[in-house]
Design a binder for this molecule. Structure first.
Ligand SMILES: Cc1ncc(COP(=O)(O)O)c(C=O)c1O
Length: 488
């Protein structure tokens, strides 16, 4: 028999374990102490700047620079007091899983354990977030692309209903409209632009006192558009808005959408895991009406950045919307894996035709690792603890004479502010409080505006945060506000 094994493979990872251990020491130190690169900015800019090297310095020197100069000057996302925007430093297990994937399955294709976990983790994630079992998923780089992919399915659906294959032919002269609220994430507008619908074709429907899209205004807007010959393509409800964490009335919005034959999309990039907190689960009533939904494991689940998931009721719509058309160099067996004897006999589930990426890392193993580590109970405990932090600030703000709660928290975002008294502009004072917090404290919330008023806005999705830290943060806000008002 001919020997087909060929020469022994060179160790392509070339001492990876040792090198990872070395950089791991620097990363652990960084995660423990955090970073504030601003005071040292000139030094690291000088060390890292410069022209393209003519001759390389070699692996050891690069890795030393990585450990000594680059890592210590990273962002503050790993600090326990990081509560800015809706973004997070990863936890340990998914971080290790993503390194493992980068080595053992750099691509999600071919029939491997990683390809299997891609699908399995999507199923687990859907179940965790209370999605209907008929919704099937695909990963992408985050909420922006996940919304784009979902709206791609919506566009395909609306056009096919009118005899046009949008993925193949374009819009065929149809005028399509997407309905969102004042509070909907702006990536929906960009998705409409990319899909050829146009950013200006996203109607901004007004919100109620809790900043939820008003179904009556939605109904009015669709009625007017239909009368004008415009196609109501999709209604976008949000389960956990970016500014305040509000949850739209999903049932009411879904019913209006379906009454007009429009697709109902739920953006749960941040807030879908919030359904695990039984104190707010009822607010997700109507989620079963969703034709598509998204959730970002790189937000509340603590995955490394670069993982969003789109779920749609009919993945074949995604295929028709996004297929690349056959390519001679991409030989596949259709992806069912039945004939597979080695991993290369089958491409595994062919995700490339269900979204906008061909090459893509194995993300499923990362999500799988989180759900294996924590289980449903562990994720639920984290979500509840984060919601508790927001509720605690709300309580403290309600009770303190110089604090004001701007909106009752629903999930893990609390919008509040210092009240400086009539002689001072509250917006200006609170912006200065935020600046001083960022410059000189361990607390890093961000800000927003609630009905035009400037708000401090901590968003709790950081599992490193403690109740003591939350209390100390509120004290710091009051102390800084008092100082500023006193002229300090
Ligand atoms: C509700 C919502 N949708 C979409 C996005 C966009 O997600 P990403 O930053 O992962 O692209 C965000 C980001 O915060 C969000 O809050």
């Amino acid at each position: 028999m001919t020997d087909t094994t060929g020469p022994a493979a060179a160790p392509l990872t070339d001492g990876l374990a040792d090198r990872l251990a070395a950089i791991g020491v620097a990363l652990d130190a960084f995660a423990a102490t955090g970073s504030d690169p601003v005071p040292r900015r000139a030094a690291w800019q000088a060390a890292l700047g410069g022209p393209l090297p003519e001759r390389g310095v070699g692996a050891d020197a690069v890795l030393a620079e990585l450990a000594d100069v680059v890592v210590p000057n990273g962002t503050r996302l790993m600090e326990p007091g990081w509560w800015g925007y809706i973004t997070n430093g990863p936890t340990t297990v998914p971080l290790v899983a993503s390194v493992a994937a980068a080595v053992a399955a750099p691509q999600r294709y071919t029939l491997t354990a990683f390809n299997l976990l891609e699908e399995q983790s999507l199923e687990w994630l859907a179940e965790l977030c209370g999605l209907e079992p008929h919704l099937r998923g695909v990963y992408s780089s985050g909420g922006s692309v996940a919304n784009l992919v979902a709206l791609g399915a919506a566009r395909q659906h609306a056009c096919e209903e009118r005899g046009v294959d949008a993925g193949a032919e374009g819009l065929g002269g149809l005028r399509l409209v997407v309905y969102a609220s004042d509070e909907t994430h702006h990536t929906v507008q960009r998705a409409a632009g990319v899909l050829g619908i146009g950013r200006s074709s996203v109607r901004r429907v007004g919100t109620d006192a809790q900043l939820r899209m008003r179904p009556d205004l939605l109904d009015e807007a669709i009625t007017a558009d239909v009368a004008a010959g415009v196609v109501p393509m999709a209604v976008v409800g949000t389960a956990g808005t970016t500014n305040t964490g509000s949850i739209d009335d999903l049932r009411a919005l879904g019913e209006v959408a379906h009454r007009y034959g429009a697709w109902f999309h739920v953006d749960g990039a941040y807030g879908l895991p919030g359904i695990l907190d039984d104190r707010v689960a009822a607010r997700y009533d109507g989620l079963e009406l969703a034709d598509s939904a998204i959730v970002d494991p790189h937000k509340w689940l603590g995955a490394p950045i670069g993982i969003g998931a789109t779920f749609v009721r009919d993945r074949s719509l995604l295929h028709r919307a996004f297929t690349q058309e056959p390519a001679a160099y991409l030989e596949t067996d259709g992806g069912d894996g039945d004939r597979a004897e080695s991993s290369l006999d089958s491409m595994g589930t062919p995700y490339a035709d269900l979204g906008v990426e061909l090459s893509a890392q194995s993300r499923g193993v990362v999500v799988w690792s989180i759900l294996r580590e924590l289980g449903r109970a562990g994720v639920t405990a984290r979500v509840r603890a984060d919601d508790d932090h927001a509720r605690r600030i709300a309580d403290l703000a309600r009770r303190h004479p110089r604090l004001e709660l701007l909106l009752e928290p629903v999930l893990s975002i609390c919008c509040f502010r210092y009240v400086p008294g009539p002689d001072h502009d509250a917006d200006v004072v609170n912006a200065e409080i935020l600046r001083r917090l960022h410059r000189g404290s361990a607390f890093i919330p961000s800000s927003t505006r609630v009905r035009g008023q400037y708000a401090l806005r901590p968003c709790f999705i950081n599992p490193r945060t403690t109740t003591q830290l939350v209390d100390a943060f509120v004290d710091a806000v009051v102390t800084l506000g008092d100082e500023i008002v006193a002229g300090g």
